[in-house]
Design a protein around this ligand. Structure first.
Ligand SMILES: C=C(OP(=O)(O)O)C(=O)O
Ligand SMILES: [Mg+2]
Length: 399
């Protein structure tokens, strides 16, 4: 029996030292699941609402838990998530908080898997995923909202597209991270780390492109398979009425599109996330038209894992891939629906962590279960390696 017998919530620490919501779900036959909500810094305007953890916990105890305990089966994830939505009663989880909702949703999935004696990725659909494994996009150099006095572009991401296995891809990204540190040293650039463990050096974006190019080439030569790189521009954070603020210059939308297109070709970029503001479907469409045949143009703040915003993007031809962050929308069911809609329309899904994370590994299972081509979950640091090491274990387990 996967009937939920109890749900308990508590505050735990995230990787930034802030409190976040953790949920424990127990089923009648003794299945157990535990999951914690991550938290963004460069959050999109249209994301579901994260409440202060104490408020989110109090509201979920009052409104959601009584509707779950003794009422809903964890073997029916859609029923769990529909119940959370009904208990909340808003479009954006502003009553119980997307942080309470996503923690309960993920913990229920784990409890369901445990009750049935399955690994989470299989419970979520991994038996049909084939031999593919998601390629990890690894944050190597960054700034934006994740580190002060560093690059304007938020993330420079290693993309080991030619790696023969997920383990080799994970180790390749770590090597690129190490090589980038040596190259920054050679340039006498001091580099602290940002929120996700990427180097946060006080260099221009142009220099970061050079360091990344050299680092991925060196490691690719060493390992003998192709490694490209990509970006999360997180452009909404740079954008105001004046345009896109890069410190020494402000770019117009047309200049931004031309700049990104030029970088795609100059550096053979595999991936570009949020190259333009979260309201600019038209700009996304124009850029996708220009370079979408040779790189991924991914919507994070643009789509916020939301099927209705994704449908608008599909209609407009904006982007060719979507970032999937379960806490942006508040439940696993909503995240699955976004992945399904994306797949139907030829959009690639990139399953993603947040800049504030915990040791929770749910997204590694979600990526494998849904056959997502990419997962973005950092390169080093415990809360990132928790997911990367879980991917290695899943790959081992699945053969
Ligand atoms: C992971 C990201 O950062 P945050 O969690 O701060 O939104 C991102 O923007 O893709
Ligand atoms: Mg992003």
């Amino acid at each position: 029996m996967t009937l939920i017998s109890s749900v308990s919530l508590r505050r735990v620490l995230d990787s930034r030292g802030n409190p976040t919501v953790e949920a424990d779900v127990l089923t009648e036959s003794g299945g157990f699941g535990r999951a914690a909500a991550p938290s963004g810094a460069s959050t999109g305007e249209y994301e579901a609402i994260e409440l202060p953890p104490s408020e989110a916990i109090a509201a979920a105890r009052r409104l959601a838990i009584p509707r779950l305990e003794g009422e809903v089966h964890t073997g029916d994830q859609r029923a769990v998530d529909t119940t959370l939505r009904a208990a909340d009663g808003t479009e954006n989880f502003s009553e119980i908080g997307a942080n309470s909702a996503v923690a309960i949703s993920m913990a229920a999935a784990k409890a369901g898997a445990d009750t049935l004696g399955l690994p989470l990725y299989q419970h979520l659909g991994g038996a049909f995923r084939g031999d593919n494994f998601p390629i990890p996009l690894g944050n190597v150099i960054g700034g934006g909202e994740h580190a002060k006095e560093a690059t304007h572009i938020q993330e420079f991401l290693a993309a080991p597209v030619g790696a023969p296995s997920v383990a080799e891809a994970v180790f390749a990204n770590a090597k690129v991270h190490g090589r980038a540190s040596e190259l920054l040293d050679e340039r006498d650039v001091p580099a602290a780390k940002g929120d996700e463990g990427a180097w946060a050096p006080p260099i221009s974006d142009a220099e970061a492109f050079e360091v990344m190019e050299e680092a991925v080439e060196d490691v690719a030569d060493d390992l003998g398979f192709e490694i490209k790189f990509g970006l999360d521009v997180a452009a909404s954070e740079l954008h105001s009425e004046e345009g896109y603020d890069f410190g020494d210059e402000v770019k117009s939308t047309a200049e931004m599109i031309a700049y990104i297109a030029e970088m795609v070709d100059e550096y053979d970029l595999a991936y570009v996330e949020d190259p333009l503001d979260e309201n600019d479907y038209e700009g996304f469409a124009e850029l996708t038209d220009e370079v979408g045949d040779r790189t991924l143009i991914c919507g994070d703040d643009l789509f916020v894992t939301n099927t209705s915003r994704l449908q608008d993007g599909i209609d407009a031809g904006a982007g060719n891939s979507i970032l999937i962050k379960p806490n942006q929308i508040g439940s696993l069911t909503d995240a699955f629906d976004a992945i399904e809609l994306a797949t139907e329309h030829g959009y690639d899904s990139v399953i993603s962590h947040r800049s504030g994370e915990t040791e929770d590994t749910t997204i590694a299972h979600l990526a494998v279960a849904t056959d997502a081509p990419f997962i973005k979950t950092g390169t080093v640091q415990g809360e990132r390696t928790a997911k990367l090491n879980e991917l290695i274990r899943i790959a081992d387990d699945a053969v």
